[in-house]
Write a protein that binds this ligand. Structure first.
Ligand SMILES: Nc1nc2c(ncn2[C@@H]2O[C@H](COP(=O)(O)OP(=O)(O)O)[C@@H](O)[C@H]2O)c(=O)[nH]1
Ligand SMILES: [Mg+2]
Length: 218
């Protein structure tokens, strides 16, 4: 795909069950790049079998996987989306269009579809963090950029350092500091389609994420 404009980076820790459905929904002409973070469930093989490119990142952490994927991308635009089936890659072209209309970064705001159980601690944490992002950093956001599209070179130039779950928040803070125009739009958010939650599905995961989040935005 020499003229492909968009790489879709999919950070993965044991997502073999949901990956096939996610990869099938990647828009035509986009290139899927799975970043496998020491999965033990055959994630890398499943990804290759379903047409994705795969890079391995040994250093654990969501941010570590995302950063490796952005570095390995070769297209002008880079999208990042979860690989658990909770977000729909078919929402990506709208975000890509926003970049064409002057945005420096387009991000999704999760809107629960019917039947989703969204833990209260995750909702409260997100709301608190976004309040701070609006008040202190002047960003017009209501979610923590779970899905996003930006220009690869500009993204790397921001120099995000966090390699765990604070990555998207540090990215938002740095984007605000650099004067980026950030556009947020609603995207569907459903239950994961297989596998286990690593973050907000447990109180423990949420507390660890909350510590990372607070470090990134305070
Ligand atoms: N590479 C990598 N991916 C991770 C890690 N933790 C979470 N992810 C991925 O990040 C995405 C979101 O994680 P998830 O478990 O769904 O978190 P939740 O939505 O809060 O339950 C999924 O695609 C995970 O596979 C990690 O340590 N390394
Ligand atoms: Mg999830």
């Amino acid at each position: 795909m020499p003229d492909c404009p968009v790489t879709v980076v999919l950070p993965c820790l044991n997502e073999a069950a949901s990956l096939p459905g996610v990869l099938a929904a990647i828009p035509d002409g986009y290139r899927a790049l799975v970043v496998d973070n020491n999965s033990t469930d055959g994630t890398a093989e499943v990804a290759r079998r379903h047409g994705a490119d795969v890079v391995s990142e040994a250093r654990p952490g969501y941010g570590s996987a995302v950063h490796a994927g952005v570095v390995a991308s070769t297209t002008p635009l880079v999208a990042v989306i979860d690989a658990d089936g909770s977000l729909d890659p078919r929402d990506l072209p709208k975000l890509v269009d926003d970049l064409g209309s002057g945005a420096d970064m387009a991000i999704g705001r999760r809107r629960a579809v019917k039947g989703l159980t969204w833990p209260w601690h995750a909702r409260v944490g997100t709301a608190a963090v976004c309040w701070r992002l609006r008040r202190k950093h002047g960003l017009p956001v209501h979610d923590i950029a779970p899905m996003r599209v930006a220009r690869r070179e500009a993204l790397l130039a921001l120099g995000v350092q966090d390699r765990r779950s604070g990555y998207p928040l540090e990215l938002l803070v740095r984007a605000a500091g650099a004067g980026w125009r950030v556009v947020e739009r609603d995207v569907d958010y459903g239950p994961r389609t297989g596998g286990k939650s690593k973050v907000s599905g447990s109180l423990r995961g949420s507390v660890i994420a909350a510590v990372d989040f607070w470090r990134a935005i305070s």
